[in-house]
Design a protein around this ligand. Sequence first.
Ligand SMILES: Cc1cc2nc3c(=O)[nH]c(=O)nc-3n(C[C@H](O)[C@H](O)[C@H](O)COP(=O)(O)OP(=O)(O)OC[C@H]3O[C@@H](n4cnc5c(N)ncnc54)[C@H](O)[C@@H]3O)c2cc1C
Length: 491
Amino acid sequence: MARSFICRCEDATVDDVRRAFEKGYRDLESVKRYTGLGTGPCQGKTCLAVAARELLRLGATPAEVLPFTVRPPLEPTSFAALAALDPAGLSLEAGVPVPVPPPAAPRPSAALPARAQVVIVGGGIMGLGLAYNLCRRGMKDVVLIEKGYLTAGASGRNGGGVRAQWTTPTMIRLARRSLEIGERFASEMGINVWFRRGGYLFLAPSRAQAARIEKNAEIHARNGLRTRVLTPAEAKEVVPELDERTFLAASWNPDDAVVFPWPYVWGYAARAEALGAKVLTFTRVTGFERDGKRLTAVETDHGRIACEVVVNAAGAWSPEIAALAGVKLPNEPERHEICVTEPLKPWLGPMVSNLGSGLYFSQSLRGEIVGGMGDPAEPRGIDTRSTLRFLARYARAITECIPKTAGLKVMRQWAGCYDVTPDNNPILGAAGYENFLQLNGFVGHGFMMAPAVTELMANWMAGDPPDEIFERFTLDRFEKGEVGGEDFIIG
Ligand SMILES: Cc1cc2nc3c(=O)[nH]c(=O)nc-3n(C[C@H](O)[C@H](O)[C@H](O)COP(=O)(O)OP(=O)(O)OC[C@H]3O[C@@H](n4cnc5c(N)ncnc54)[C@H](O)[C@@H]3O)c2cc1C
């Protein structure tokens, strides 16, 4: 059967765009994330206008077809060229694309109902995972409110890593459950999430880091993981291209995995809606009505909705949402940048991470190398702009780790925000009001925690006894000074 292509880089067809539109994804950013169009080597230079014309023909409004954000680099650029730049000479403002004025927001996906049992703020993986799991438990009067398109936040901007190599039994348990859910997600939810168990290989460049992974491996063994500490020569059997002079030991677990984040989010959204939840996009929460110890309604830029329970799942914006109710959260947003290369045939098994620099990268099932690295100079605050400094730092780190990557070209970069708490653990349960539940503070590992945590939270909200995480990770632990914390954070 003949097929008409809109995006030749990513094989997105006219029918794919129509299907996305029929599912309610009307604006170009959502359609891009639903079909993949515009994410290939030409960066939308050929498909953007054709896709916009098709959407207008289907009934989209001009505001819905405004071009998606331009992603640097303008031309695919090799790691060798980027590594030749001196990051020390590049400020966090260098190479930042000139911002365009914000377009008029597309119209909300549906009208706000007058009331609901549960209102969830935030259409990322946490909010959507919770909406789905609540519906599964029979609590179907659920409304989720998202100020932009779905996947606008960190859930649409992350590395897709899912690992059980953590440092506490609790985190290991949650991650193992998420891995189990991830393995079955495609068949149960009817969407391909490109789940691949290629393992995680953590490289320890110093004696202190090597001692750290030895200690972790003992914890992992006690908790049923197959983690092994490898010599550099053994690590090269896993990834032959590694430069073994750059690390002293490696922590290897073959059961860790990567997924493609976008379909994971779409999967939760579609199933939640099919089970009865209402997912409202382009609707911003602006305040709350209160009565004593309870929140009674959520105010938005498109009206108010009375409710019995409010869940704050707004990721890096959670402190802003809490502040609207007069509640102070200690979380702080922190930008993390990431990029993707041109696609290659499969050659890299695991997600590789250097514990010294925070460098991480993996090969997606689409063949691209996806990776990032935090920057100690990064100030706290919401910022999703892309910098040349990141590309220079990342290019140096990845070519040092695997010199053969020098000729590989970066196709696209972007950024998102971690939602950082003082102890790197989430904030869960009631805060400030007995019916104002927190589901935030997941730092740089919320994507992998969401399947397990949202399942447990829905069970608890539906009347089951609380899992220990809802008693340990409460907001008041900070007042009580119980700040121990998780330190195995990358990126
Ligand atoms: C570069 C990068 C790499 C990462 N890599 C990984 C990884 O490999 N593995 C992993 O597990 N995690 C990773 N993470 C972290 C992970 O992406 C997050 O922890 C997770 O996506 C958080 O999900 P969320 O639903 O809490 O927040 P988000 O996805 O940020 O969703 C919050 C939503 O709330 C909405 N919102 C905000 N304010 C309002 C308002 N007033 N009204 C209505 N809606 C509002 C926002 O628009 C947003 O869509 C990474 C993050 C980044 C930035």
